[in-house]
Design a protein around this ligand. Sequence first.
Ligand SMILES: Nc1ncnc2c1ncn2[C@@H]1O[C@H](COP(=O)(O)OP(=O)(O)OP(=O)(O)O)[C@@H](O)[C@H]1O
Length: 392
Amino acid sequence: MHPPGADTVLVRHGDVNTKSNTVKRYMEDILAENLTALLEDRSIPGEVERRWNRPLVHTDEEHVEAATDAATDAFGVVSASSVLTTSTEKDEILATLETAARERYDGGTFAVDARRADKRLPYTSEDLAREGGTAIWEAVEDEFEPAVDLDDPNLTFGVEVREDFAFVYLETVAGPGGLPLGSQEPVIALVSGGIDSPVAAYEIMKRGCPIVPAYVDLGAYGGVDHEARAMETVRTLSGYAPNFDAQVYRIPGGDVVELLVGSMEEGRMLSLRRFFYRAAETLAARVDANGIVTGEAVGQKSSQTVRNLGVTSRATSLPIHRPLLTRDKQEIVAMAREIGTYTDSTIDAGCNRVAPDRAETNARLEPLLEAEPDGLLERAEEAAMNAELVEP
Ligand SMILES: Nc1ncnc2c1ncn2[C@@H]1O[C@H](COP(=O)(O)OP(=O)(O)OP(=O)(O)O)[C@@H](O)[C@H]1O
């Protein structure tokens, strides 16, 4: 809901504010570009105004809520509101609250949440909250009995007074937080057709890292459904980052999977992970990426015991980022639903099919290397060099 006449989106960021002025300016520029791209991608008319601390999106009343929703899909944004802009004159703010109350407050409880950035103003936030509350009360009391609830109101009238303008709003929509995408270095995202890896990729994007998605084609053990799902999740992720390349590197891995299944029993999943990591490392060198992100979590699978993660990680000298390391499956599923990468179809394909009946949970590097086919990592490097770029 927005106040009548609202035509602007007030965007709030969080961690960007903790930066030095130079870094903050740099990050605010990136955020403005990303906001513009999101609006364009969704055909929402709007212009982004770069302002210190609070970027604004100028649009029209018809599109203001869609623009607010788009802004809250931008990484780095903590929240956004559809706002009506007024001067910093207290009387004008109170009159705006009165009008908003007449048009939008039709019962239940209310509160005023007032803040001011400029402490030199001739009134305090408390003055605004108190006098605003009275103005709202008097605007509606002939229609119904208003009630104030400061803890859990049905409707919150927000007022934010900045140096030159004041903004009045009725709703605060939460964004992902984090840092603007592109403010950190890119990483290779190993994406499978599973639930976890897209969530992990989203999490690292949230911290500002663009992803270079890589899918390992598992041949007969993967299949078109598996790959299609991986591609679909990348498409969904790219909706959050329309100004970033979303093409996927498809790394050929079918032959290696056949080889591992035919030659190894207990440690085969671990050698397959080593193949993944080394291929990702080679790809990273190709595209100038600086790390690898996976959807692994401690103990979620036999290949993800702490010991096995330690052993398999030795296949690369690049850092492997595992944002879901300590998450429970239920939490990950909830996150996948939230960001739109969850689908109900749990395709029985991919690594599940490669897994042996008795999997290694307690590997040691030396015996694993002995059991592993010779030249596995060289094959991974070659596969990464042969990876083709595909549209998700
Ligand atoms: N075919 C693949 N291509 C690229 N990366 C993969 C592939 N399979 C697995 N991975 C990576 O290895 C991690 C651990 O593999 P795991 O066997 O748990 O995956 P999964 O269950 O198939 O998928 P997810 O972890 O996405 O639910 C994944 O989170 C993903 O980052």
